[in-house]
Design a protein around this ligand. Structure first.
Ligand SMILES: *Cc1c(COP(=O)(O)O)cnc(C)c1O
Length: 394
């Protein structure tokens, strides 16, 4: 049997072993506190669920147009106009099986063998793997805690070659929680327009913002940059709908058309009875989002303050998403119980074994100095988990 070269290159998740170990410990009855969650810990709001239940009862259970139902595309156009100042027609919208699927379609539609795609690190670990799956080459631009995990226009410029086809931008960011300001985005947009490359703008965390920080879509800074942008968004994170698998992309008709053709021959339509419910999520009562945000913000504050009070942990103040990404590297080189810790994987292993706390090693996101903790878990869990970490490092 032969596995394609394209797929052979896709790495196994570095975090898989650790997740499996945490799960095994739990099954053995050990109480492990998990900071690994990549999804909100709230239930999907009732008024959204009811729409899907009605669709199921009414038999809205067959194929829909492969690129999504027209009413949902219109609702996405309305959302992008009122919230992001972006004018699109329904032909410029593709509804996919989650934002991840939108990004996959975009990369498959943009990248030929050997083409380069620029990815600022720390990055969402899916981006480089999708680029490799398309036969492309991920070009990583490093940012660090010292510059707030923000890529500068100079860094972008010097990463661009004649093979560059696109940049993947993610603000607010997973894993760092960093949010690009209007000024920073405008400066990047200038470089992108000059170089005439595309940008895939992953805005899935746009509503999870704190301390009065505002989100801007890079596409909103003029017609030139808009013509080079594929905006990707979805309902997973904002409305706690990760399992529904609905996301969307907006962009120039030519590229959205190409992505739609690809989707029509791979997954076909996103699930029929999830689509009307997403219209309700986008257009209905938004107080559910405010409630969730309030809980996240309280946990975020507690987490930053507590982590920074632990010796040798340096935690920036994330302004978005639901993760913190502290630098723990000053603990590298220390020995605990006769075992030396030299990297984020070993650090995470140690916390799991000693403190019964699961965190995600930063190496998975391209930064081995850090680990990722999600605060999409209860404040009680956070208090107990951080207490254990403090003890284990003391
Ligand atoms: C969760 C996540 C997504 C995927 O969202 P889905 O709509 O559930 O596919 C995309 N990008 C980032 C950065 C994420 O963290």
């Amino acid at each position: 049997m032969k596995v394609s070269k394209r797929v052979q290159q896709i790495s196994e998740s570095l975090t898989l072993a650790l997740t499996a170990k945490a799960k095994q410990l739990r099954q053995e009855g050990v109480d492990v506190i998990g900071f690994g969650a990549g999804e909100p810990d709230f239930d999907t709001p009732e008024h959204i669920k009811e729409v899907a239940i009605a669709d199921l009862k009414n038999g809205f259970t067959k194929y829909t147009p492969a690129s999504g139902i027209p009413e949902l595309k219109q609702a996405v156009c309305d959302k992008l106009r009122t919230e992001n100042g972006l004018e699109y027609t329904p032909k410029q919208i593709l509804i996919s099986c989650g934002a991840k699927h939108s990004i996959y379609n975009a990369i498959m539609a943009l990248v030929d063998e050997g083409d380069e795609v620029i990815i600022p690190s720390p990055y969402w670990l899916t981006y480089p793997e999708q680029v490799k799956a398309a036969g492309g080459v991920p070009v990583v631009v490093e940012t660090s805690i010292d510059n707030g995990f923000i890529m500068t226009p100079e860094q972008l410029k010097s990463a661009i070659t004649d093979k560059t086809v696109a940049l993947v931008l993610n603000s607010p960011s997973n894993p760092t929680g960093a949010v690009y300001s209007e000024e920073q985005l405008r400066a990047l947009a200038e470089v992108i327009v000059d170089a005439n490359i595309m940008v895939i703008s992953d805005e899935i965390y746009e509503h999870l913002l704190y301390d009065g920080v505002k989100h801007y879509s890079i596409a909103s800074f003029g017609d030139e940059i808009k013509a080079l942008t594929i905006v990707v968004n979805g309902v997973s994170k904002t409305y706690s709908m990760t399992g529904w698998r609905i996301g969307y992309a907006a962009g120039p008709e030519e590229i959205i058309g190409a992505m739609s053709r690809l989707q029509s021959h791979s997954t076909s339509n996103p699930t029929s009875f999830c689509q009307h419910a997403v219209i309700t999520a986008l257009k209905g009562d938004q107080s559910c989002v405010q409630r969730m945000l309030k809980a996240f913000d309280e946990r975020r504050r507690f987490m930053i303050d507590t982590l920074n009070s632990i010796d040798g942990i340096k935690c920036a103040e994330p302004k978005g998403a639901f993760y913190v990404f502290p630098d723990v590297s000053s603990h590298y080189g220390r020995s605990f119980d006769g075992k030396k810790i030299t990297n984020s994987m070993e650090f995470a292993e140690y916390l799991l074994e000693k403190a019964r706390v699961a965190v995600v090693p930063g190496v998975a996101f391209g930064d081995d100095r850090c680990v990722r903790l999600s605060y999409a878990t209860s404040l009680d869990n956070i208090k107990e988990g951080l207490e254990r970490i403090k003890k284990a490092l003391g």
